[in-house]
Design a protein around this ligand. Structure first.
Ligand code: PLP
Length: 401
């Protein structure tokens, strides 16, 4: 019989979210009367707003007409790539530097193909699980050591360092996944921090994969929304982004990746050209309907709707943060991001998860699931209906004492 891929063997059995879902199911089975509220996952809950929805609907209708029909679109509609460059990057990228994807997570997984199994990988610790798990699947990391995967450099992001890692620990010639606004800590790197990151990357030959999936949640005008606001980033960074969280496209699936032409491998060859090759080889382009929706999201009315949707979730985040602070629980995030990172010093985060589920019937995410430095933390997600969030906040008072 065929052999199992060793890399899959290396993946720890319990991926975070299935484990949470299992524990929720077990609790629900034991307490059938409980009305469980989830502040656990990063999935969006609110309806797509009307103008953007109309873009999707009209896109679907076009496919039923001879004039409007289109097939494969490879790297994406040229009009959409141009619009993304204009709206998010002051027009500073040419269309061939903008690649339309079926979502940021999918591209994060595929990007590993550019670098191969011998690549050194570094992550912020804690971090969004796909950076590490995707590296394990690609063979760039080994088995589970009990606290982390062998071969991954974990750079702790703690309350003490303001959730920004010590860049002295960044290995040379590595791939470094960096997310801002951060999932799970909710921390958003400022301009000086990103400038230090770019400087360190250039000095050490590091390639940054900058995940900006929550950029539209930034409300502080001085905070950078893109790594490309920093001089020098074009020679050391790729940016992934998504319509999932600002437009509610988690199920529609649409994102983009910027691979600058200035980005080169050690050999001097173009990363951009290879990315076009990878996309053409194993990805046949994103849905046309989703791309028409994205075009609607990027006109004046669509941008207004995306802001409205992000503001709604940020309103939830403010309620959760307020409820936690009232209980004297120290927390970060929730101001420029939809995640609140709450600190329970000296406690096991799965124990705190269980306590919140038992006392409040609220599902959260244990910080330890995001990496060793997440131990002692709980992530609260602001993705929920307002009524549920309000009720969950009221129930959190049961944690007192
Ligand atoms: N990047 C981060 C940091 C995320 O938290 C998520 C989803 O939760 C994604 C990417 C996934 O984005 P997409 O839906 O575009 O695949």
């Amino acid at each position: 019989m065929i052999q199992r891929n060793k890399c899959i063997e290396n993946i720890k059995a319990a991926y975070l979210f299935p484990e949470i879902a299992k524990r929720r199911r077990e609790y629900a089975a034991a307490h059938p009367e409980a009305k469980i509220i989830s502040l656990g996952v990063g999935n969006t809950t609110e309806a797509i707003l009307p103008h953007i929805d109309q873009g999707l609907t009209e896109g679907a209708k076009r496919l039923g007409t001879a004039e409007g029909y289109s097939g494969y679109t490879d790297e994406g509609f040229e009009e959409l790539r141009k619009k993304i460059s204009e709206v998010f990057y002051t027009g500073s990228f040419t269309v061939d530097e903008v690649f339309i994807s079926d979502g940021a997570k999918c591209d994060i997984g595929r990007l590993q193909l550019l670098f191969g199994a011998k690549t050194e990988v570094a992550v912020q610790d804690p971090s969004y699980p796909v950076y590490v798990d995707g590296s394990v699947l690609a063979g760039a990391a080994g088995g589970w050591s009990g606290t982390g995967y062998q071969g991954i450099t974990y750079l702790p992001c703690t309350a003490e360092n303001g959730y920004f890692p010590d860049l002295d620990g960044l290995p040379k010639n590595a791939l470094f996944y960096f997310c801002s606004p951060n999932n799970p800590t909710g921390a958003t790197a400022n301009r000086e921090q990103l400038a230090a990151l770019v400087k360190a990357a250039r000095e050490k030959g590091v390639l940054i994969i900058f995940d900006a999936a929550y950029a539209e949640y930034i409300r502080d005008p001085v905070l950078p929304k893109s790594i490309f606001e920093i001089d020098g980033a074009r020679t050391c960074a790729i940016e992934v982004n998504s319509f999932s969280k600002p437009a509610g496209f988690t199920g529609v699936r649409l994102g983009w990746t910027i691979v600058p032409r200035d980005l080169k491998y050690a050999s001097g060859e173009s990363v951009n050209a290879d990315w076009a090759r990878v996309c053409g080889t194993i990805f046949n382009g994103a849905s046309n309907i989703a791309q028409w929706g994205a075009l609607a999201a990027l006109d004046a009315q669509g941008l207004k709707e995306m802001k409205e949707l992000c503001d709604f979730y940020l309103g939830n985040a403010a309620l959760i943060r307020g409820a936690l602070r009232k209980l004297g629980i120290d927390c970060a995030g929730g101001d420029n991001s939809p995640y609140i990172w709450a600190r329970f010093p000296g406690r096991d985060s799965w124990d705190v998860f269980a306590e919140i589920l038992e006392k409040c019937q609220v599902v959260t995410t244990p910080g330890a699931g995001f990496g060793p430095a997440g131990q002692g933390f709980i992530r609260f997600s602001a993705f929920g209906h307002r009524q549920d969030v309000e009720e969950a906040c009221a129930r959190l008072a049961k944690l007192k004492g």
